[in-house]
Design a protein around this ligand. Structure first.
Ligand SMILES: [Zn+2]
Ligand SMILES: [Zn+2]
Length: 293
């Protein structure tokens, strides 16, 4: 046991010695590294100072350049300012000229505006007058429209009347055509009748002439009226019929007609009067037929 503990103790002491050796090695390493770091730091500082120097020289160069550029720019700006002043002066002159022109224009415009106002007032008056005229025209137009409506109604009524009249007229015309046709037929018939009547008249006149030329009785050959058979006397005288030539009393021959042999009316008997009346009637009918044709 004791031996074991001694061995253990020896082992522990050996380990401590080893650890001390390691510690010494590590300390030496730390010192070495500190030296290296110090050297590096010194190098860096040297580099930084040289860079600072470069920077300051660059700043100086930059300042110099900036100054020269600013001076050039400034001189250019001054030149531009001078130019601008010249331009402004010219512009001022032009503005003055324009103002004088504008003043003249303004005066002219004022007078023109006054004239325009006057003409505007006249136009307003004219417009008022025209408005009055327009109202009057509208009233007239309404009246005319009303009259026109009335006239249209009248025209429509007249057209209707005209249409009815036309229909009536056409009906009358058709009736007249029909009557005309009938009248033509009648006329043809009448012409035929007239021819036959003329033939009859000629025959009767011929017979009458034969009778008149054949008989002119002697006064002594009769003692009584050949119509009423009363005896002739101093009071009842004998009278010849100028157509048949026979002898009648005054009462039986108190008829007077135109004859072919005389230019005035002459005494005829009752029988000859009837014959003559028939002849005249026939002659009248034939004259009517002539007028119709
Ligand atoms: Zn008689
Ligand atoms: Zn007679």
């Amino acid at each position: 046991m004791r031996q074991k503990m001694a061995e253990e103790k020896k082992k522990g002491e050996d380990a401590i010695v080893e650890l001390k050796l390691d510690l010494e090695g590590m300390e030496a390493s730390v010192v070495h590294r500190e030296k290296l770091w110090e050297n590096a730091r010194e190098n860096m500082e040297t580099e930084i100072s040289s860079l600072k120097f470069q920077l300051s020289s660059l700043e100086i160069q930059h300042d110099n350049k900036l100054k020269s550029v600013e001076e050039q720019h400034l001189s250019r700006l001054e030149q531009q300012a001078l130019d601008q002043e010249g331009i402004i002066e010219n512009l001022s002159l032009e503005v003055n000229q324009l103002r004088s022109v504008q003043d003249a224009d303004s005066d002219r415009h004022v007078s023109e505006v006054a004239q325009l106002k006057a003409s505007l007032a006249e136009k307003d008056d004219t417009i008022e007058a025209l408005k009055g005229d327009r109202q009057q025209l509208q009233i007239n137009m309404q009246t005319s429209t009303h009259n026109c409506e009335i006239l249209k109604k009248q025209i429509a009524e007249l057209n209707e009347t005209l249409r009815l009249e036309k229909e009536k007229f056409e009906a009358d015309l058709a009736e007249l055509d029909r009557e005309n046709t009938e009248l033509k037929k009648k006329l043809i018939q009448l012409i035929k009748d007239k021819d036959s009547l003329w033939q009859k008249t000629d025959r009767l006149e011929f017979e009458q002439r034969i009778q008149a030329s054949k008989v002119w009785m002697e006064n002594d050959s009769v003692t009584h009226c050949m119509d009423c058979s009363l005896e002739f006397s101093l009071i009842r005288r004998k009278h010849h019929c100028r157509l048949c030539g026979k002898i009648f009393c005054h009462a039986c021959s108190d008829n007077y007609v135109m004859t072919a042999s005389s230019s005035r009316k002459e005494r005829v008997c009752n029988a000859c009067l009837m014959n003559n009346s028939a002849l005249e009637s026939l002659a009248g009918q034939s004259r009517d037929s002539d007028e119709l044709s």
